[in-house]
Every structure is written in C-alpha cells, then in structure tokens.
Ligand binder design. Structure first.
Ligand SMILES: [Zn+2]
Ligand SMILES: [Zn+2]
Length: 364
C-alpha cells in the first residue's frame, strides 16, 4: 500500500513529501486516514537537532483521523469511526503496562529511541529502505497503520481538528493537573510556559477549581489566550517575581513547568511554597541537567516530580476529557491554530517555531 508522507531526513533540511510503502495492517491493527496532526515540542526537538533519532523518519504523533480498514481480530473500532491516536503503543506485558501506565513502558521508550514500534518494525519504507516512526507513531502521513489499542474512538464528540489536540497536548497538560499533581479546589497554581501544553495545564487548573492560576510566558498573545482559558493572572518571566509576591506571597501549592528547560524548572520550583509540589511537564533537550539547591527539599520540604503523557492510561483519560469538552469545561476550539496541507508542512513547522498561540496543524 502507498501513502504520501512528510519525511524528515536531518536537522536543518526541509521535510520532503514523498510516497512511502506502508505494510498491510495485521489482525490487531487498524488503517487510519489521518485528518489532522498537531506539531508538538517533541517534533520540534528533532527538527532543531536537539534530539538524535534514526532517520529518515516520519514525525508527528498528535493525530486524529478516520478508520478506513480493520484487521480480523479488531473489535473496538469499525471503518468510518473517528479516532484519536495515543502515541503509547506499549508492550502490554511489563509492570508499567500492568499498572495501567502505558506511557511509562520501558520497551516503548526503547522503541521510541530506536524510531520503531515495540516489535522493532516500522511498517514504513521508501525504495526498500526502512523509514522510522517518530514517537512510535509517525502521523504526518495520509494513511497510517496502528495497533487497535491506540486508536481511541471519539464517537464524533469533537471535530477531528480539535480531536488531534487530545492526542498529546490536552492529555499531557490536563493530565498533569488531574492525575500527576492531583490538585484540588482552592489550590494556587503557577504555570510556566503557555504553549500548547501550558494552555491545557491552565485549563486543568480551572477544571479542578484552583483559586489562583498564574501563567508566565514571554509571548503576549499566549498570555492573552491563557487569560481567556482560566488564568487569573499572567506575566512575562521578568515580572513573575513581583506578581507572585502579590498573588501567592508564601509560594504556590503547585507549579508546572510546561517548557522543560532547566531554567524554567528552576523558576517553577523557586515559587512553590514549603511543602508544595513542582511538576515537570515539558520535555528537555537531550543531556539537560538541573542545578538545584538541596535546601528546597530539606529545609522547605518541597516536592519535585514529573509527568509523562498526563500520568494516566490514555484509554482511560480520553473519555474523561471528552466529557469535560461536552460539558463546556475543556476548550479545544480556541487552541486550534493555523492548518497546512501536507505539501506545506515546512511552513507549518515555521509557524510553530515562531510561537503561534494556537496549535499548528498538518492536514494530510
Ligand atoms: Zn507531543
Ligand atoms: Zn510495557
């Protein structure tokens, strides 16, 4: 089977739209016609050369589409069903998988590092040469074969361009508040970074009934968006200290670093109250290291933790998020940014790198 896909060969080179060979779906697989795929920080790390992964590779892992065909053993979805892809096609057998945490699966992370699925294959090739899959997915393509387990039905609850956002940014950002921090009503919250994921952290804080939600980001348009989504206060980084001194003089209960840079993590941790929790949500560049003052942990008893993909099984979290969307508590529409057809994928990447306030989408 053939599919047109955007191929990443090396940092600094534009992506190239080519026709790939796609292996037929196995008995437990589904063939998905991709409709919308977001550009996530993980894709940008590779495009900027901050992470080394095998190439040529099809990037993109935050996607939604329509099931075209299903393998003989598939029971969860049917042709015509709209689905969100989970980027965690885990092994299903390890301790992390058994406790319902597919995104923590070690074989999965090994496979992501190797640019393959857990079984070592990719099911994609170009002139007989293996094409690797970004984040065990590789969704900047017209058609994609995935395991039934990661094709999560939306039951038409949201338009596909909004559904795409659920595939990574929304599950990660909202999950960071609901499942990783387990923040409750009345909490004071700091969100560092108002990109795709940060905006969902802000919404997660609003959903749990946080009393104050302070959002810090250098881009004014992003701060404006955050205000519309539930932030009670916003500031550029240089004004964060003065604002927080006023809003949460003893520090916040929860601080979320939605950027993942050692500097933003340090900033988030600094403004946590004694005994409060800092959650690292964004993913750092390879080799990044934190330089921390131990007094934050002994004298001030702070907690520093992190989250991967919202710390919940996507198959469990997605229906919950869809319920929040249906009830009007979770806004996806405001965060859908500009869309580009597959042929203009490089323009899409530029828009994302330029800090578009909404999620930039590739529409294969
Ligand atoms: Zn992502
Ligand atoms: Zn596993």
């Amino acid at each position: 089977m053939k599919t047109r896909a955007a191929l990443f060969r090396s940092a600094g080179l534009p992506l190239e739209v080519v026709e790939l060979d796609l292996a037929e779906p196995g008995p437990a697989d589904v063939l998905v016609r991709m409709a919308a795929v977001g550009i996530c920080g993980t894709d940008l790390h590779q495009i900027k050369g901050e992470w080394q992964r095998p190439t040529p590779m099809v990037l993109g892992h935050e996607g939604a589409g329509v099931v075209e065909r299903v393998g003989a053993e598939v029971t969860g979805v049917r042709p015509g069903d709209e689905v969100v892809l989970s980027w965690a096609p885990s092994c299903g057998a390890c301790a992390d998988c058994a406790r319902g945490r597919p995104a923590a699966c070690v074989p999965l992370h090994r496979a992501i590092g190797a640019g393959t699925l857990v079984d070592g294959t990719t099911g994609m090739s170009l002139d007989g040469e293996t094409v690797f899959r970004g984040t065990a997915t590789g969704a900047w393509t017209e058609r994609l074969v995935v395991s039934e387990r990661v094709a999560l039905p939306t039951r038409g609850a949201v338009p596909l361009e909004q559904a795409a956002l659920l595939g990574c940014a929304a599950l990660t950002g909202v999950g960071a508040v609901l499942f990783a921090a387990r923040a409750g009503a009345g909490a004071t919250v700091l969100v560092v970074g108002a990109g795709g994921v940060g905006q969902f952290v802000v919404q997660g804080a609003r959903i749990v009934g946080a009393r104050e939600v302070v959002c810090v980001d250098p881009v004014e348009a992003r701060r404006e968006t955050a205000l519309g989504l539930g932030a009670t206060h916003v500031a550029p980084p240089e004004e964060a200290k003065a604002l927080l001194r006023r809003v949460a003089p003893d520090g916040v209960d929860y601080a979320f670093d939605a950027v993942g840079d050692p500097e933003t993590t340090a900033l988030a941790l600094r403004f946590v109250r004694s005994g409060g929790t800092c959650v690292v949500v964004g993913l750092p560049a390879a080799g990044a290291r934190l330089d921390l003052d131990p007094a934050e942990f002994n004298r001030r008893e702070k907690f520093l933790t992190g989250t991967m993909y919202g710390s919940e099984d996507p198959a469990v979290a997605l229906p919950l998020l869809l319920e929040h969307v249906r009830a009007g508590r979770l806004d996806l529409a405001s965060l859908v940014g500009p869309s580009y057809p597959l042929e203009r994928v490089n323009e899409a990447i530029e828009a994302s790198l330029a800090g578009s306030p909404g999620r930039v989408l590739v529409r294969p």
